[in-house]
Design a protein around this ligand. Sequence first.
Ligand code: ADP
Ligand code: F6P
Ligand code: MG
Length: 321
Amino acid sequence: MKKIAVLTSGGDAPGMNPCIRAVVRTAEYLGWEIYGIRRGYVGLIEDDIIRLTGDDVNDIAQKGGTILKSARLKDFEKIEVQAKAAETLKKHNIECLVVMGGDGSFQGAKALSDHFGINVVCLPATIDNDLAYTNYTIGFPTAVNTVLEAMDRIRDTMQSHQRICIMEVMGRRCGDIALFAGLAGSADAILLPGIDVDYKELAEKLIDNRSRERNSNIVVVAEGFGSCAEVRKELSKYMEPDYLRDIVLGHTQRGGRPNMQDVNNAIKMGSYAVEVLEKGKTCRAVGINHGDVFDLDITDALSVPTIIRKDLYKLSQIIAD
Ligand code: ADP
Ligand code: F6P
Ligand code: MG
């Protein structure tokens, strides 16, 4: 009988819970013993481990966040800290580890496989959608929908006062939350990392839209581009500052019920991760491409370069209000 463990690491993402549930139930189906590591790599070095059974994951699929809790641990880059983590797993005779998180969490898992022979499989779970090897990361669609809901509320009040709101969304260095929400939410403009903006031109466009009462009253800014306060300051040089407001949407984007796409993909990918381990594979990253779940080596996964979605950005400009 195999003994495996699962942990969630980095920023939590809606869909981590149904993914944990799928991992636990699939492992139990195979007759394996499964453990949960609490607080990501912090729990792994502090031996914060709990036994999980199918019953422990009842009633969690619809919940945001992660029942296992998450954490960031900068020191996990050090081999002596990774050695402690490997020791914990060896102490419990756990030979396989399922890691849910983003690129940093994948690096940590890869180190455990490369240096200590732990069989690891990683699942992309981050609202940022910043893992280029996969079309999809768990939590991204839910986060985008949360931004859309917020945009609707903000637009009501902005339109009533003919104001423009500069709305800063998350995504770290990746602009996907801003781009996908800005496109679906008819933003007047979307400011993305890697794409320059001419503030004078943008202000003129916003003023023109305002005079024609056809604007959407929202400019979406990816945090990787810069802060909404900075953008507001720049635009204020070319237009009436009192037309402008700004908001950092913040952690509201990370919470909430995972949507259908996130729950179902999390289930498929979580279960697939256990199958990868059953086949005796290690150092694998699971992804989804056009609906199909696949796995590849973590090193190959992390070496896929990030793309700037110029075509989608151009489309957003063409159809912008
Ligand atoms: P995410 O996994 O969402 O990208 P982070 O970048 O914060 O989130 O990474 C999560 C955790 O993964 C970090 O806090 C750290 O413990 C671990 N980690 C990040 N980079 C590395 C690395 N190069 N080597 C080992 N572990 C790492
Ligand atoms: O990686 C997920 C994410 O929400 C990013 O979009 C954001 O930059 C960061 O985490 C925020 O981190 P924290 O929760 O530590 O403030
Ligand atoms: Mg990261």
